[in-house]
Design a protein around this ligand. Sequence first.
Ligand SMILES: Nc1nc2c(c(=O)[nH]1)N[C@H]1C(S)=C(S)[C@@H](COP(=O)(O)O)O[C@H]1N2
Ligand SMILES: [Mo]
Length: 360
Amino acid sequence: MHGQPEGEDAANSITMEELQLAARNHGMPLEALRYDVTPVGLHYLLIHFDIPEADERTWRLEVGGQVRAPRTLTMEELRRRPAVTVPVTMECAGNGRARLDPRPVSQPWLEEAVGTAEWTGTPLRPLLEEAGISPGAVEVLFAGADRGVQGGLEQDYERSLPLDEAMRDEVLLAWEINGRPLPPQHGYPLRLVVPGWYGMTSVKWLRGISVLGEPFTGYQQTGSYLIHVSQDDPGVPVTRMAPRSLLLPPGIPEFESRERFLAPGRHQLRGRAWSGRAPIAAVEVSTDGGGSWQPAQLGPRQSPWSWVGWSFVWEATPGSHQLCSRATDEAGNTQPLHPPWNDGGYANNAVQRVAVTVRP
Ligand SMILES: Nc1nc2c(c(=O)[nH]1)N[C@H]1C(S)=C(S)[C@@H](COP(=O)(O)O)O[C@H]1N2
Ligand SMILES: [Mo]
């Protein structure tokens, strides 16, 4: 569970613990929304414990559990398997957490915990098929080589997927990002990539895959990543990304407030939109804080798993404006104007608000 800041300043003051997390992990600067594929150093980063020591020459991936033929693979053996490269938009489930009131204490993301990378790796499914999944298997567990204490429990970072989700064609064991070996912070030498799901599913520093006959009950599955709206709520697991759109902030920023300044006249507003639940159907833009909405133009789709670009022509008039964008996916999911609260601060896809002053 996550704590909550107490007292009058709770809504505004960041705690030292939140600052420590924010200084280790970082978001994607929103101006990087201009790139179809996020340059590696600008992709967001979330690491629960420490980056583990790893050497690809001695790295081993253990595949076992409820399978006929358990095996151990070296990186060389993995690289000899068929490889694919897929652009995937990944977002942290805690994105938007710091906008909630009261604010759950954890990594205090605003809306920048996202990035799109081209991952190269081998599909997981054939590997599981070769291992021979036993009848009665229900989940697949993925273990990282990083270890720490969270919620009072010492643990390896481990997450599971239902068997049918793990067997989807797009699930990859990846060793490259944007055409280069994974850097230490993104999971070197091997990570799982589960397109469409929030980031916690894509286990980094992957050292073990275990087929389970019972659902996994470890901390990152049952003590975390559940949407609870009250104390007695058993909670709903966090799974696929809710639709979200972001606006590339126009003009120039003020250093501290990040408020934008821009000249009057015609401006092309640009941004990105994604959903892990269904393709993006529409993006709308508001220049009055969500009072009225107009359709944006959608750009070409790069891959079913990556964001789409959008644009909108704005005739900016002098004065103060609040720019917002709102995405809707083909399943009819859309972004709320105000964030729905939950105690872990997950999946807050409320519309972004960008304050702009238009002046000559
Ligand atoms: N082993 C391990 N895998 C992990 C994590 C972690 O702390 N340890 N963090 C998860 C979370 S919460 C997110 S959002 C993504 C972030 O991936 P990135 O840092 O490559 O962007 O990795 C996931 N995989
Ligand atoms: Mo995350």
